[in-house]
Design a protein around this ligand. Structure first.
Ligand SMILES: Nc1ncnc2c1ncn2[C@@H]1O[C@H](COP(=O)(O)OP(=O)(O)OP(=O)(O)O)[C@@H](O)[C@H]1O
Ligand SMILES: [Mg+2]
Length: 520
């Protein structure tokens, strides 16, 4: 008999022994079972050339679910659903696959890596304490054991396990349902079940395919994202934190928020939407950000409204209006606290460059604004926000994407007119989309396109009227200015004339005096 066959058989024997262990769980009381196990363990270690590695479901004092266990379970679920005889079906929260099939307790599955055979066994143990529980299943501790020949120890403990963990994590993140997080006010951060972030399942359908943007620009952004995602080693090599900042700017309704959703769907990252108004100060901001994991997009929308140029939070107009009135002391204190508790620009900058950079990688930060000129240059200088993306009014290329999305049309005889109008007038993709959307089931594409043409023509006329009114107002203001200047000039001339006359009279008098004096 070949050696490999012998080892394989020994492996099966081990697996059988482990299966018997599992049976002990059922039929022997815990103290007796432990006794028996300790002896059989000693015996098998002595004679077996096999190594066993155990991965427990929960680790640490706080019984945190082990990432390794989850990754292995996910990795095995792919294999086990086809090969194992007894499977366990679980509904996984926030997952795209409604049911995850994994090895049932005490079930074994074999795997092969570079021609080496390995055994995975899923097991569970009941804690030694005999305390009564209404939910016995909740006390069970699950673990998975990997068995392999000691000859392959190096290869298995390094390469194989890395492969299993990477593969498991990759499958997990592919199946994972994305989440949209938002920060809780700090008053709810303490106590039982406290959390800094709340989340909902993120189901925004936006993708780069449906995003109305010039294809060139879209391509550039996509390439940038892919490059970032694959650049782990590059960032490590150049000694920079693996993060990238995007500043999206443009008028309302041009697709800034939609692009963030498309980015999250493309990268498979969760979104952490920071509501700065709920953050009391820089230290709270830091605490919040430290709690964000890698593979996330941190979003701060309308940054110009959250921070002003001096770096202080904008004062509400009310605060300044009531300044003169006598204040209720309690209210005053509250107000003072409000004005004292601020996130400053420097706090935000420190977070971007400092603390946050150093905690983990693979993160994207996105700022959005309607007014890029209002932002502090310190906030948007290169290196801080790596890429500035302008989202502007709808161009013809962007319109074609919307026409495809909303009407399923690639080309139409009304397209040339729309192209012409889009060159002449400014309309946001949001407004174009609104006009393209059929208002009833019967409405056909021609009617929708016609509506858009009418809206564009109206917008063009309004823009012309506005331009004319502006021109007129400008001319009137200029006329007024000129009239004012003319009046002023006239007044000044009159003034001069008057003073010259006065001087003339004075000269006569004083000259006479001098003369008189001179004659004296
Ligand atoms: N470029 C675009 N591509 C596809 N849809 C768009 C685009 N721009 C706007 N839309 C549509 O218009 C709606 C509003 O867009 P969005 O919220 O992304 O605008 P925004 O730039 O974030 O505006 P704001 O500055 O007001 O936050 C979206 O729900 C989407 O349907
Ligand atoms: Mg928005």
């Amino acid at each position: 008999m070949e050696m490999t066959t012998v080892w394989a058989q020994l492996g099966s024997v081990t697996a059988t022994v482990m299966f018997l262990y599992a049976m002990f769980d059922k039929f022997f009381p815990p103290p007796l079972r432990d006794h028996l196990l300790s002896y059989t363990n000693k015996f098998t270690t002595l004679v077996s050339p096999y190594v066993h590695i155990t991965f427990h479901e929960f680790t640490g004092e706080r019984l945190k679910r082990s990432e390794a266990f989850t990754a292995i379970q996910t990795y095995l679920s792919g294999n086990s659903s086809q090969r194992a005889n007894r499977l366990k079906a679980e509904v996984i929260k926030d997952s795209q696959t409604p049911l995850m099939l994994s090895l049932d307790d005490n079930e074994e599955i074999t795997d092969e890596f570079q021609g080496i055979k390995l055994w995975w066994i899923s097991r569970k143990s009941t804690p030694k304490s005999q305390s009564f529980s209404f939910y016995p299943a909740a006390d069970d501790r699950r673990f998975i054991t990997l068995t392999f020949h000691r000859r392959h120890r190096d290869l298995i403990t390094t390469k194989y396990l890395r492969h299993v963990l990477d593969e498991g994590k990759a499958i997990g993140s592919r199946n994972r349902q994305l989440r949209l997080y938002t920060n809780n006010p700090s008053s709810g951060w303490h106590g039982y079940k406290s959390a800094k972030w709340s989340h909902v399942v993120f189901e925004h359908p936006a993708t780069f395919e449906t995003l109305a943007l010039h294809p060139k620009k879209k391509d550039e952004i996509l390439k940038d994202l892919v490059k970032f995602q694959n650049a782990k080693n590059y960032y490590a090599k150049i000694g920079k934190a693996w993060k990238r900042g995007y500043l999206l700017y443009g008028p309302p309704g041009t697709g800034k928020s939609t692009m963030i959703a498309a980015m999250a769907n493309f990268l498979n990252y969760d979104i952490y939407d920071v509501e700065l108004t709920a953050v009391k100060d820089n230290s709270e901001l830091r605490k919040l950000l430290i709690e964000t994991p890698s593979k996330s997009i941190m979003v701060i929308e309308d940054i110009d409204c959250s921070l002003d140029l001096t770096g202080q939070r904008k004062k509400k107009p009310k605060e300044t209006e009531d300044d003169d009135k006598p204040k209720d002391p309690v209210k005053k204190e509250e107000e003072e606290e409000k004005t004292m508790s601020k996130v400053t620009l420097s706090g935000l900058l420190n977070f971007i460059d400092g603390i946050w950079s150093s905690c983990g990688g693979e993160r994207i930060i996105v700022f959005t604004t309607n007014f890029v000129d209002k932002l502090d240059p310190a906030l948007i200088r290169t290196g801080r926000m790596d890429k500035h993306i302008e989202l502007s009014y709808c161009c013809f290329e962007a319109f074609k994407v919307l026409a495809r999305n909303y009407l399923d049309v690639e080309t139409h005889d009304l397209f040339p007119r729309i192209e012409e109008l889009l060159k002449e007038t400014e309309m946001t993709p949001a407004d174009v989309a609104e006009n393209l959307m059929p208002k009833s089931l019967e409405e056909d594409e021609r009617s929708c396109l016609q509506r858009l043409i009418e809206a564009l023509e109206t917008a063009k006329q309004e823009a012309q009227k506005k331009a004319e009114a502006k021109k007129k107002a400008g001319e009137e203001a200029k006329e007024k200015e000129e009239e004012k200047a003319k009046k002023k000039a006239e007044e000044e001339a009159n003034e001069k004339e008057k003073s010259a006359e006065q001087e003339g009279k004075g000269n006569k008098n004083s000259g006479g005096g001098v003369t008189e004096n001179g004659f004296h």
